[in-house]
Design a protein around this ligand. Structure first.
Ligand code: OXD
Ligand code: MN
Length: 584
């Protein structure tokens, strides 16, 4: 491997601080993965699953207090506080290094420091970026193998001596009191200590591909987004590519590999979590998936909700915090209608019905994208795929219709900026609280979100044909708490409407919030869904909307004068349209 002097300097610094017993370079080879797995099987970090039904699969049980992203311990460390903005935790870079430095000092004593050169993005893509992370966790190394492209390929993509994101990770003592996840975007640097959980510890994912990359993307004129990428094929074989932002644990993985219930329509999977998008020389928006694997939420994944996922995790998968059956198979709530007898829970204890979930609600599977039965043949195309539509989706039991389309790019950016959602188990804290989560990027935008909205606003007009922007909500409920829309495979009906809107052939009615499908425009054939239920799923209730928009002023006011005028103007226009239509 050709290592630059900047990489060497960075590794010396990391070793000087953490004092490992030895330093081991990772080459990303299958032999290395197997060696690490063997070591972890010996020391109990991994358990082998049933080799007949789950060959090459392992179970990892994490520390019980280290099971999700810890947003309150995640910081953006910029020189100027305003550059991090009001939605990020902020610390001056020097303070961050002192505070985390205390936890990292000699934290690798007696341990191995693994050096992982990794590439985010397909080999040969002009959009792919290099990272070099160090860690003292073999589980992190093995997971990085599955989630990124590890090895010499990473160095081949460096454009200069110091063209890499540096990441320092140490498990520390895993205590939340001594845990910090720090980002220094001005230095292309990440420090993470005290957690082995994916989103905190696999530094290529949220830390690099979203927080650091979003900063870089704004400087360079591209977009790093919390979005899946999917190709929707129609019966004539034409594929339309869409990217969709949804908050954590809100159905992105399921949608990215949806099994269509509509004859002749099918979905091709390119990514389930992150999209890097840029405008090519012809003015076309294109996207790559910077990742190589899925780090998906296990609970409620079943042959009914996501057949592709249940198939792909039958080999070469690391499961974290799922339950274990007596025959050595993984199990989680929702996988089968009834739990099998004799389960061991995610903490390794015998499980009894009524004694809490057997699998942790944020238990996960880590698996290579290539194993997905619906993987797109071009998913690693270095030039990415052309994006014709963007989707903002959230989890709201009320107010937000199943689907509607923005009037134009500017309105779509407003809709994304105003998105609210109910919190899930993917983050430590209370589940089910409604919070603002603009573009599903609240926890992942590495800079001031007012500047992020401005960046979005200036990006659209640079695109020759800007993608249509859609808003979706699969989670709306009726007065009895029942979901109004069946979801999962039936979501293809909504994707179809979007594709037809993009082509100019699907009907919609103009409402104060955007274009809503006419009931006939949405193909509901064969669904047990009466007209009243469909109307309820699609309804724009003016009163509910006006009430829901009320706290947006306070949210936007938090950004002060940095908020683009267009956002506040679009809010005012929306209110005006809602009031006018109520008077009509
Ligand atoms: C994830 C998340 O793991 O968003 O993708 O938390
Ligand atoms: Mn995510």
């Amino acid at each position: 491997m050709s290592v630059t002097s900047a990489v060497e300097r960075w590794l010396d610094e990391a070793a000087e601080l953490t004092r490992p017993a030895k330093v081991l370079w990772c080459d990303g080879s299958p032999a290395e993965y197997d060696r690490l797995a063997d070591e972890m099987l010996r020391d109990g970090t991994l358990l082998a699953l049933n080799p007949r039904t789950y060959p090459g699969c392992y179970l990892h049980r994490s520390h019980p207090s280290d099971v999700a992203r810890t947003e309150q311990l995640t910081f953006i460390c910029t020189w100027a506080r305003e550059d991090a903005g009001p939605t990020n935790n902020w610390m001056p870079p020097a303070d961050g290094k002192v505070r985390a430095g205390a936890f990292l000092r000699s934290s690798m004593r007696g341990r191995t420091m693994y050096v992982i050169p990794y590439l985010m993005g397909p080999a040969g893509s002009p959009m792919s970026r290099t990272g070099v992370m160090v860690t003292d966790s073999a589980y992190v190394v093995a997971s990085m193998h599955l989630m990124t492209r590890v090895g010499p390929v990473a160095f081949r993509h460096m454009r200069s001596d110091d063209d890499f994101v540096a990441g320092l990770h140490s498990l520390g003592d895993l205590s939340p009191e001594r845990r910090l996840i720090l980002h220094f975007p001005e230095e292309q640097l990440i420090w993470s200590v005290g957690s082995g959980y994916g989103g905190n510890a696999l530094l290529g994912k949220k830390c690099h591909a979203l927080r650091i990359a979003s900063w870089r993307a704004r400087q360079e004129g591209w977009l790093a987004e919390h979005m899946l990428i999917i190709g929707v094929e129609d019966p004539a074989g034409r594929v339309t590519y869409l990217a969709a932002a949804m908050p954590s644990a809100s159905g992105k993985t399921n949608l990215s590999m949806v099994v269509s219930t509509l004859p002749g329509w099918r979905a091709w999977t390119l990514g389930d979590d992150i999209a890097w998008m840029w405008i090519d020389a012809q003015g076309q928006l294109r996207a790559i998936n910077p990742e190589r694997g899925f780090f998906g939420v296990a609970p409620n994944t079943s042959p009914r909700t996501n057949r592709n996922a249940t198939e792909m995790v039958h080999a070469n998968t690391i499961f974290t915090n799922v339950a274990l059956t007596p025959s050595g198979e993984p199990w989680w709530e929702g996988l089968t209608p009834e739990p099998p007898a004799g389960l061991v829970d995610w903490q390794g204890q015998p499980w009894r019905p009524g004694g809490g979930p057997a699998a942790h609600p944020n238990s996960r599977f880590t698996v290579p994208v290539a194993q997905c039965p619906s993987v797109a043949p071009n998913w690693e195309d270095p030039q990415g795929v052309p994006i014709s539509g963007l989707i903002f989706g959230s989890r709201r039991s009320a107010v937000i219709p199943l689907v509607f389309e923005a009037f134009d790019w500017r309105h779509g950016v407003f809709l994304g900026s105003a998105m609210s959602t109910e919190t899930t188990a993917a983050i430590t804290g209370t589940v089910g609280l409604v919070r603002r989560d603009p573009m599903a990027m609240l926890p992942f935008c590495g800079y001031n979100m007012a500047d992020y909205f401005a960046h979005w606003l200036t990006t659209g007009p640079r695109i020759a044909t800007p993608p249509r922007i859609f808003r979706v909500n699969w989670f709306r409920r009726d007065a009895d708490g029942r979901f109004l829309w069946p979801g999962y495979g039936e979501n293809m009906r909504v994707l179809r409407w979007m594709v037809e809107r993009i082509r100019g052939s699907a009907d919609a009615v103009e409402t104060p919030i955007g274009w809503v499908p006419t009931p006939a425009a949405l193909d509901t054939s064969g669904l047990d869904l009466g007209p009243a239920q469909l109307a309820a799923a699609l309804r724009c209730d003016r009163g509910e909307w006006l009430a829901a928009l009320r706290d947006l002023d306070a949210f936007y006011a938090g950004f002060g004068p940095r908020l683009p005028a267009s956002i506040a103007e679009t809010l005012a226009e929306t209110r005006r349209r809602l009031r006018d239509s109520a008077r009509r």
